[in-house]
Design a protein around this ligand. Structure first.
Ligand SMILES: *[C@@H]1O[C@H](CO)[C@@H](O)[C@H](O)[C@H]1NC(C)=O
Ligand SMILES: *[C@@H]1O[C@H](CO)[C@@H](O)[C@H](O)[C@H]1NC(C)=O
Ligand SMILES: *[C@@H]1O[C@H](CO)[C@@H](O)[C@H](O)[C@H]1NC(C)=O
Ligand SMILES: *[C@@H]1O[C@H](CO)[C@@H](O)[C@H](O)[C@H]1NC(C)=O
Ligand SMILES: *[C@@H]1O[C@H](CO)[C@@H](O)[C@H](O)[C@H]1NC(C)=O
Length: 300
């Protein structure tokens, strides 16, 4: 006799597997699911305080004149004519988005800053490149930005742009958590595959033992997914907080990726539902058996 209820966990399991794999591979190529970043740094206004001559604080003017010789005149005139990407002028990109396996960079289109006719929702992203895919990747914006500044050959350093050291240390503290998240997504995907396969088996094999094994496997998968989701959410919240707290003064902001969060929590929810389905199935089997034995006794 087949067990039709077992098909629900199989379907949910396949969906959870797809979502988990998408979490892992989202943003791994410039053309693949770029909206699904864990966190995005908006650096389009980086250095605005340094290059703002009207804000003439004495300590800045020295650095300003130092940098001044190296950079094209366009930046100063930019501030006055209100250009929107200082980053581009400096050889940086408008945004850097972190994913599980890499980070990507690009420019906002048509411009980075909304104006009277251009609302924030009309601003799109144009991803130009992604870093190499690495397992156990961790996002290090300081190194990424400095590497790009070095490429321009102007000799400008991040310190001169007043890149806050609190951002460095804050993000470095999340290194381990980011690597652990990758491991947990892999474990979670593995457990989901196993649990889905076992659920499929239970479609053919009746009995409470198989239901118990299913409960066990889905509980493990659920906790792995829960932990992975919790860690990536915590990393995103913490990193966004650190960057927004210390980076806003130098024109850098961060935004955590709502779509990634939705993806990972839906996958977790599906695993949780599967635990419920099997618990229900197990209880139902018990009641049926009790009922049968009762009927049996009555017939005797
Ligand atoms: C430059 O500094 C002035 C004074 O602090 C401020 O009003 C202005 O908004 C700044 N401009 C930019 C582009 O940041
Ligand atoms: C990027 O940051 C700047 C300055 O912090 C802000 O004005 C702009 O709206 C942001 N752009 C996007 C697309 O988030
Ligand atoms: C807003 O930005 C867009 C794109 O750069 C530009 O075409 C438009 O003229 C701007 N509008 C205003 C009012 O500045
Ligand atoms: C995206 O950037 C590339 C390279 O900078 C450019 O060729 C392309 O036209 C841009 N696309 C849009 C939609 O702006
Ligand atoms: C990325 O990979 C390519 C080829 O494997 C290599 O040449 C390049 O140096 C790598 N880039 C980084 C930043 O590691």
């Amino acid at each position: 006799m087949l067990r039709p209820t077992a098909l629900i966990p199989v379907i949910f399991g396949l969906a959870a597997l797809v979502l988990t794999l998408l979490c892992i591979f989202a943003g791994s190529k410039p053309s693949f699911m770029q909206d699904y970043s864990i966190i995005t740094l908006n650096t389009s206004r980086i250095g605005q305080n340094v290059f703002n001559t009207t804000a003439s604080t004495n300590s800045d003017s020295n650095i300003f004149s130092q940098i001044w010789d190296n950079v094209t005149n366009s930046i100063e005139s930019s501030i006055n004519t209100d250009i929107h990407s200082f980053a581009k002028e400096l050889g940086l990109h408008d945004f850097y988005s972190a994913h599980l396996l890499d980070y990507c960079e690009g420019y906002y289109t048509p411009t980075a800053v909304p104006n009277a006719t251009l609302s924030k929702s009309d601003i799109g992203i144009n991803v130009t490149a992604c870093s190499n895919r690495t397992s156990f990747f961790h996002f290090d914006p300081t190194t990424a930005l400095q590497r790009e500044l070095n490429k321009t050959g102007t000799g400008i350093t991040l310190e001169e742009l007043h890149w806050p050291s609190a951002v460095n240390s804050g993000i470095r503290a999340l290194r381990i958590a980011q690597k652990a998240a990758f491991l947990l997504y892999c474990i979670s995907a593995g457990l989901i595959i196993l649990a889905t396969a076992f659920s499929l088996l239970s479609f053919f094999v009746h009995g409470r033992l198989s239901a118990f094994v299913d409960i066990l496997l889905w509980t493990l998968a659920f906790f792995a997914a829960l932990l992975a989701s919790a860690i990536t959410t915590a990393v995103a919240v913490k990193a966004a907080h650190v960057v927004n707290e210390h980076g806003r003064d130098v024109g850098v902001t961060a935004k955590r990726g709502g779509k990634f969060t939705a993806l990972t929590w839906v996958a977790t929810g599906l695993c949780g539902l599967n635990v419920f389905v099997w618990v229900f199935e197990c209880l139902r089997g018990k009641r049926r058996r009790n009922g049968e034995s009762f009927v049996g006794r009555v017939e005797k």
